[in-house]
Design a protein around this ligand. Structure first.
Ligand code: PGA
Length: 257
């Protein structure tokens, strides 16, 4: 269980860096930069989701952040070659996990599998960042309905009493890995749609409290706008978290004011 402080800045390292040595060097340098920063950076300032194999090595050197997984399996302990359960990842040091990233969905993850993964992770109180986002937008705004339906479909299969360790990431697929992020306004309307879906599942009070992140081409220069105008409580950052200078740049930009 993580004590959350806004904004919640999550890096998604995907299949980077190439070696454990590079990963260790990154975290050590990041820790040094934060420690020597003149900005008021909170005690725990970042989350890094990294390849599973790096987790136990990075946890002991991570003082100012949290290390987590990029995905988990929905299976239980047993005969499942190549799959890691939330409890195994947690015992290796993971404080959180991402679930349902569009790159995982593209490899064939079904709604049922996603819901099972979320259930298993939340059951052991492993903080879970569950991703949603439309493939493309249409003028009629049908994508908002699809977004709401996706949230409802997945989470209706998860017990309401497990919801407290759940965060949502709004990641429009068209904005991931590209050049054009969503605008803060586009982000804002999607966040409203997501909260509407959450309200139908867990009630208005619950929906108001859930932390929602934005992800998709976040950079140093646009990071602040999503927090200030986009209605989100944090960011899920791919490429800009994989380079030390840009990730530090984002943290610095957010904690300058
Ligand atoms: P990006 O990736 O920041 O490189 O667009 C975001 C993500 O995939 O979570």
């Amino acid at each position: 269980m993580i004590k959350r402080v806004s904004p919640i800045i999550v890096g998604n390292w995907k299949s980077t860096p190439a070696t454990l040595e590079e990963a260790i060097k990154f975290i050590k340098s990041l820790e040094r930069k934060i420690a020597s920063s003149k900005n008021k950076i909170p005690k725990k300032a970042y989350y890094i989701a990294c390849p599973d194999i790096f987790i136990p090595h990075l946890v002991p050197i991570t003082k100012r952040g949290y290390i987590g997984a990029e995905n988990v399996s929905g299976t239980s302990i047993g005969q499942h070659t190549g799959l890691e359960t939330p409890s195994q990842l947690q015992s290796g040091g993971a404080s959180f996990t991402i679930i349902g990233h569009s790159e995982v969905r593209k490899r064939g993850e079904t709604v049922e599998e996603r819901a099972q993964k979320v259930t298993n992770a939340l059951h052991i109180r492993l903080t879970t960042i569950l991703c949603f986002g439309e493939h493309k937008r249409d003028k009629e705004g049908k994508y908002l309905e699809e977004l709401e339906n996706d949230v409802k479909q997945t989470l209706s299969q998860v017990k309401r009493e497990l919801f407290s360790e759940l965060l949502i990431a709004y990641e429009p697929i068209w904005a991931i890995g590209g050049t054009f992020p969503a605008t803060p306004e586009e982000c804002f309307e999607a966040v409203i749609a997501i909260r509407r879906a959450l309200a139908s599942l867990g009630g208005i009070d619950y929906a108001k409290k859930v932390h929602i992140l934005y992800g998709g081409t976040v950079t140093e220069s646009n990071a602040g706008s999503f927090i200030e105008e986009g209605g989100v409580d944090g960011l899920l950052i791919g490429r800009s978290s994989q380079e030390l200078s840009s990730f530090v740049g984002i943290l610095t930009a957010l904690y300058t004011k």
